[in-house]
Design a protein. Structure first.
Length: 233
């Protein structure tokens, strides 16, 4: 099936360029020039991927990301001219799955698009429900439940939790989390894993000082607590 992509970019030249490259890859592309139009397109078109420029008129890309993520798991790729790490991590905190900074090469953007779409397709395949303590990770439905209550996660957060849940109690380095959760062909940076872990802990209701689920092993990495074993946190 042809994938549907919405591109929100207020620079007409850049928007046309993205449309050309994405359509060459076989995607169906709708371009919009402001944040309000992006929200409407995300609601009515139900795209398989949303590419958002951060500096959009009407409603900026970060607000669009936050609003869309509140009700949808569509993969979101942020395009930003801001290079400060805080700005990039803010986008991830609001629910973006990946980001790319300007200027960028079309080849790099296309590679990131392929990774996000591939991950979304993999997540959609049937799989067993993983149960660890009060957590249930249902890959077939892309759902996580704690004590029976659903928890809304981004695709990257889901991938990380799923990887850790496959081997509860095992300590994963950041590099291993990237490999197990996303494979070798992704652009996830090790430092962004920390931001995703912070977000996951908040959503799981973990006390940052003494997390019950996602535990830090200092100097090594992270693990999902094994309820059948009592270990230092």
């Amino acid at each position: 099936m042809t994938t549907r992509i919405v591109v929100a970019e207020d620079d007409p030249k850049q928007s046309r360029l993205l449309k050309v490259y994405l359509e060459r890859e076989g995607h169906s592309v709708l371009t919009v020039g402001d944040g309000r139009a992006a929200l409407e397109a995300a609601r009515t078109r139900r795209p398989d991927l949303l590419i958002l420029d951060v500096m959009l008129p009407e409603v900026d890309g970060l607000d669009v990301c936050r609003i869309v993520r509140a009700s949808s798991q569509v993969p979101i790729l942020l395009v930003t001219a801001r290079t400060a790490e805080e700005d990039m991590l803010l986008g991830l905190d609001l629910g973006a799955d990946d980001y790319i900074t300007k200027p960028y090469s079309p080849r790099e953007l296309l590679a990131r698009v392929r990774v996000l779409l591939r991950r979304a397709a993999t997540t959609a395949r049937p799989a067993e429900v993983i149960t660890v303590g009060d957590l249930e990770i249902d890959a077939a439905r892309f759902e996580v439940r704690r004590a029976g209550q659903p928890i809304l996660l981004t695709s990257k957060e889901f991938a990380i939790l799923e990887a850790l849940a496959a081997q509860p109690g095992r300590v994963f380095t950041r590099a291993e989390i990237i490999t197990h959760a996303f494979g070798f062909d992704t652009f996830v940076l090790e430092r962004t894993i920390d931001a995703h872990i912070v977000n996951l802990r908040r959503k799981l209701g973990d006390d940052p000082a003494v997390p019950a689920h996602l535990q830090t092993v200092y100097g090594r990495g992270y693990r999902l607590a094994d309820p059948d074993r009592r270990e230092a946190r």
